[in-house]
Design a binder for this molecule. Sequence first.
Ligand code: ADP
Ligand code: MG
Length: 396
Amino acid sequence: MAFTKKTVRDIDVDGKRILMRVDFNVPLKDGVVTDDTRVRAAIPTIQYLKEHNAGIILMSHLGRPKGDGFEPELSLRPAAEKLAELTGYDVKFIEHTYDDEAAEACADVKPGDILVLENVRFLKAEKKNAPEVAKKFASYADIFVLDAFGTAHRAQGSVVGAAEFIPAVAGFLLEKEVDTLTGIFAEPERPFVAVVGGSKVSSKIGVLDHLIDSADTLIIGGGMAYTFFLAKGYEVGKSLQEPDWIERAGEMLKKAEEKGCKILLPIDNVCADHFGEDAEGVVFDSDKIPEDMMGMDIGPKTTELYCDAVTKAATVFWNGPMGVFEIEQFAKGTEAVARAIADSDCTSIIGGGDSVAAINKFGLADKMSWISTGGGASMELVEGKALPGVEALLDA
Ligand code: ADP
Ligand code: MG
């Protein structure tokens, strides 16, 4: 068990008032929630608390408000309504977060009640975790619960503040996310194959570095592969490349060799002469990319190699698409690898905004073992960093 903090199971919540930070940062269109994944993800803990006779106060941010007051299009009301719709529970909503009205509404919360406060980011001080914000939140309840995995890497008032003053424990989503994403480093079932793609080496260097410590095989795809090619002395034409990161990429290859982590790089690539929907794909081996072409996707030989590797894995962690999956003819590599993972009975863990979007686009989400709800937070865990929100909780 990789999770070392107390959860709602470890504390008496009966008759207590609970302030829970959730991640209801959902996409909205005309005041309607267009993707309710994050609301659904919070339900198990809400249900547990309700069934255990706790009074529940929920808070979250939504979008990026300016921080100087109410902005109607960023109200949490639609998320509160979605929660009511999904659970059938009576969910109250109040257009206040920090004032006397909010405090009174919280004081009124009885066992079994559910109250949702307005967007915590309508006040600038929240992001800075100002002491007055922390004290305010702590005054609303007996116990603080953090279940907002997606913001657990931010030391903001609603994430860490209340934990300074009242007992703070984790919800089930936070526990499961941390357990799953740190578990791949603690005791993965082997072979453990990590698949890392996406656009840049620079944004994934910490992820690559840490995965090399644990994975048996590291598969590299996407735009970042070309900086690795440069490190190996290949020409990459007009492909995405980061000259300042060639040396670090070379160091990663060396480290992998020392640690006995096998690195797979593309052996062929679908290339195009420009970046666009109308671009035509032509396949080139990795050491033969012409100077006027750019790599857009892994090629057919690479796809076979990568699919074979993930099919033989017991554990797969995947972050970052294998190509420019947003354009139909360059989505094949990403889709094939995703299907191979989905069709195998390995434990499959997916993290990262675009990777999750790709899996959803291919309709494969149900076939994966775990799809992380947090982009930035999941990356920080995979880099081996501690999350401030988790650190602030009571030790188990
Ligand atoms: P994630 O959000 O899953 O962590 P990233 O944000 O790192 O993934 O990368 C996703 C982006 O990488 C996508 O927009 C995709 O188009 C881009 N990408 C993948 N392969 C290439 C490539 N060969 N050239 C340019 N961009 C690429
Ligand atoms: Mg991304």
